[in-house]
Design a protein around this ligand. Sequence first.
Ligand code: GLN
Length: 536
Amino acid sequence: MTKTKYVFVTGGVTSSLGKGIISASLGRLLQARGFSVTIQKLDPYINVDPGTLNPYEHGECYVTDDGAETDLDLGHYERFLDIQTSQANNVTTGRIYQSVINKERKGDYLGKTVQVIPHITDEIKRRITLLGKSGKYDIIITEIGGTVGDIESLPYIEAVRQLRWDLGHNNTAIIHLTLVPYLNASGELKTKPTQHSVKVLLENGIQPDVLVLRTEHELTRDLRKKVALFCNVNLESVIQSIDVSTIYEVPLLMQEENLDKTVLARLNMEAKEKIHLAPWRSFVKKLKNASWEVHIALVGKYVELHDSYKSILESLVHAGALNDTKVNVTCVHSEMIIPETIAGDLEKYDGILVAPGFGDRGIDGKILAVKYARENRVPFFGICLGLQCAVIEFARNVLGYADAHSTEMSHITKHPVIDLMEEQKGVTEKGGTMRLGGYACELVENSRSYKIYKKKMIRERHRHRYEFNDDFLADFEQHGMVAAGINPESNLVEIMEQPDHPWFVGTQFHPEYNSTVLNPHPLFVSFVKAALDHAE
Ligand code: GLN
C-alpha cells in the first residue's frame, strides 16, 4: 500500500479565483508525471449537498456515477483528470454536522460536551483522509471552498493545521491562491491583499508552502521576491497564474511555472523528468486553431449564470476540438422565446440544445424551440427536461394531443406523456431522492445513438423524477419518434430519436457529466458534426 500524500488548496482575497481549475491543473500535471491522483472538495455551506440549491447559487449541480449531487468543481476534476469521482469527493459542513449530530444522538460521545474542536474537526479530518485509506492514490488534492478569513471556513483551516501534525509535514503541502490586483490609475500590481491573506492563514497556524497569484499582467521578478519575503516562502514557490483564453491552458502554464515540481519537492517525492502531456497539448492546439465554426443555441432558463450549464458548455468545447471546429454557444433565455419572434431569434443557429431544468418557468419557450428545430430540420439535442419537452412537443403537434404535458407541470392533462416514475410516487423529501447516478442503457440496433456510440450497452448518469410514459410509446413510434435506448432492468425509455430528421436526439440522462478532455462524449461530438453539416 502506498503512503498517500496530501495537498491542500486554499483561497484568499476573493472568491471565484479558480481554485477548482488550479487544483485540477495540478492534478493533471501530477498524473502526467505518473502519479495516481484524485481531488476532493470541502464546501463550507450548511446544505448537506448542493442538490437542493438553485443553479443561481453555485452554478450547476454535478452528479457522480455513484449518484452524489456535488459541487461543479468535481466536473472540472473529472474532465481534467479523466477519472471518476464519488460521494466521498465532496463534503459539506452540512454533512459533517449531520454525522456528528447523528453520533451524538446515538450516545457515541459518552456524555461528553460535543464541540467544534475536537468533534467537528475530527469528523473533517476523517472525511479528508477517507479516500486515502483505499491505498489507491499517491496524492490527494483537497480544495477548501470559500475564502480564508470567512467564519464558515475556520473549522476546515483548523482541521488542516492539525492534519499537518498528524500526517507529518513532509506528507502535506499547502497551496494558497490569491489575487494580485492591477490598479489602472497608478499602473501598478498590488501585493498587499496577498500579504494580508497569508497573515490570516498564519494567525490560524498555517504557513502556506506555495503561493499561486492570479493576475491580469505578468508578475516581475521583483514583485515575486517581495511576495516571497513578506510571506515566508522561497522565490520558486511564488507562482504566477495569468488570465488565459481557455481554462485548458492552465495546466500548461502551471507546468511552465513548475507548480508540479515545487509541490513534489515539498512532499519529498521524486519528480520524474519526463512528463506525458502530449495529448493535452494537442487538444489545446486544436482548440485554439480550429478551422471551422458553428453557432449553437443553448435554450434554458438559468442563462444569466453560465455556470448553470457548465458541463454542457465544456462538453461542447471538447466535441468542438475533436471536430476541428470552434463552437460558439449563445445562451437563449427560454422565457424570451415567443411565437411572434422565434424564427428571427433562432434562424442564425446551426444546432439547438434544450437544457435540463425543473418546474414550469420557461417551459413554453423550450417547447417552441423544439418545434422550430423539428420543423426546420435544425440539429436538435434535448437533455433530460430537454428530451421531455421534445416528447411534449411531438405529442401536441404531431400526434394532435393539444393538452399533452408532463405531470410535473400539469396535473389535469389527459395526455401525461411524461409522468412521475413509479419509485418516486411515495417520495416527499427533496434532498438526494431523485433517480441519481449511473444506470445501464441498452441501445436499439441501427438507431442513430447505436451508430454514434458504436456499442450496445452504455452507462450514463441521471438526475430526474419524471420519465417518458410508456403507454404512449407505440403511438410515438408509429408517427416517427422512436425509443433508441432502454434501461434493461426497469424498461424506462432513456433516449428518443426522430429517424427522419437530420439529427434529433433526446436523452433522459445527462451525457454532459461523462465528457472529458481526453474522451469527448460521442453524442456531443456527433451533434457538433451535425451542426457543422447544417452550417455548410
Ligand atoms: N424536471 C425533470 C424531472 O425531474 C427534468 C430534470 C432535469 O432536467 N434534470 O424529471
